[in-house]
Design a protein around this ligand. Structure first.
Ligand code: QUE
Length: 331
């Protein structure tokens, strides 16, 4: 069995990400298979729409192959790093510009590169098991795969909140936020899939269910108040002034993330608000060159993904000690 299975079922071109032991994380070979399938399906008249799904009941796609990125960064293989990100971001752009409806069935973890694989398509159906996040600041990276375009366009300061904290949005909450488009319970996903094969993309709306309330609704005003600040330090000061349990938890989460990554992510998300998606992806690719040279990426992947001790040793360790000039030079 290959790590990505490409099939043609009825009106659908199907891309099934099939690496469940790695939570369907994308390596370079998988990205190449998906990109080639999109080219073929675009030119196949009997394919009316393209659908992406993840094998197994745990993950749609947990991200990119950040272990391989870490190994290449530590080995000084700048070309290898560049090739991975360039091809991943090129796939994100191809999905956004795809000439046929591009549909993701998200029935599990969808983080980092998994967001890039789904969010740029026209339709993102999520079940109650969908779990969406951009957790990169926890590993010394920034929300990439076009997230610097998507996040600033979410309601209010929700995107800055999600991008800096890595907060997870489950199922219907992702639809409320605008990351997913339709809520379809897991029990109805097989019926949706069959209807897509028979009748194409138009059936999705009829399969969608009403949304329960947005669980972030009680915090939306505080998110907008706090994350509108002009700097990460300003956000931290705003959160401290809130004096609520939610604000204290948010401060604690951000204190655990790479201080340097918080600062370059803040700048990248703000800048993305005024750029097109292709310009955002180009700026992201440029930023990966500096980020992969900073020690926090290798250390963050070590602590969160490789050794899993969850105690990264950041350089510098405190937000207060990050030089703004050093951040500016990374862009
Ligand atoms: C933050 C992240 C990622 C992460 C963990 C974090 C990330 C990513 C992975 C990941 C997951 C499963 C795998 C794998 C990598 O974990 O981006 O190789 O099998 O891709 O805390 O940003």
């Amino acid at each position: 069995m290959s790590d990505v299975e490409i099939t043609h079922e009825g009106r659908l071109g199907v891309i099934r990400v099939n690496r469940p032991k790695a939570l369907n994380a994308l390596d370079l070979a998988m990205i190449r298979v998906i990109a080639e399938a999109l080219r073929v399906f675009a030119g196949t008249a009997s394919v009316h729409c393209v659908m992406v799904e993840g094998e197994g009941d745990r993950a749609f796609c947990a991200g990119g192959d950040i272990r391989a990125i870490r190994a290449m960064a530590l080995a000084g293989d700048a070309h290898g790093v560049e090739t991975f990100f360039a091809e991943e971001y090129s796939l994100n752009a191809a999905i956004a510009a795809y000439p046929k409806p591009f549909i993701s069935l998200v029935d599990g973890i969808c983080m980092g590169g998994g967001i890039g694989l789904s969010v740029h398509g026209a339709i993102r159906a999520t079940s109650e098991h969908g779990l969406f996040a951009m957790p990169e600041t926890a590993i010394g990276m920034f929300p990439d795969v076009g997230a610097t375009y998507v996040l600033p366009r979410l309601p209010g300061e929700l995107g800055m909140y999600l991008g800096l904290t890595g907060a997870r949005l489950a199922g219907a909450d992702a639809v409320h936020a605008g990351i997913a488009t339709h809520f379809v319970p897991r029990a109805e996903m097989p019926a949706l899939r069959a209807a897509l094969c028979a009748d194409g993309a138009a059936v999705v709306a009829a399969c969608a269910r009403p949304l329960p309330p947005f669980t972030l609704a009680p915090h939306r005003a505080a998110i907008d108040r706090c994350f509108a600040a002009a700097s990460v330090a300003g956000i931290m000061a705003n959160l401290a002034a809130e004096g609520t349990a939610w604000a204290a938890e948010t401060i604690a989460t951000m204190r655990g993330h790479s201080p340097t990554a918080l600062m370059f992510s803040f700048a990248a998300i703000r800048a993305g608000g005024a750029r097109s998606l292709p310009d955002c992806l180009a700026a992201e690719l440029a930023l990966t060159r500096s980020v992969t040279r900073h020690p926090d990426l290798a250390e963050g992947v070590r602590a969160m993904v490789v050794d899993k001790d969850r105690t990264p040793n950041w350089t510098p360790a405190r937000i207060e000690d990050v030089e703004t000039g050093a951040i500016a030079r990374m862009f």
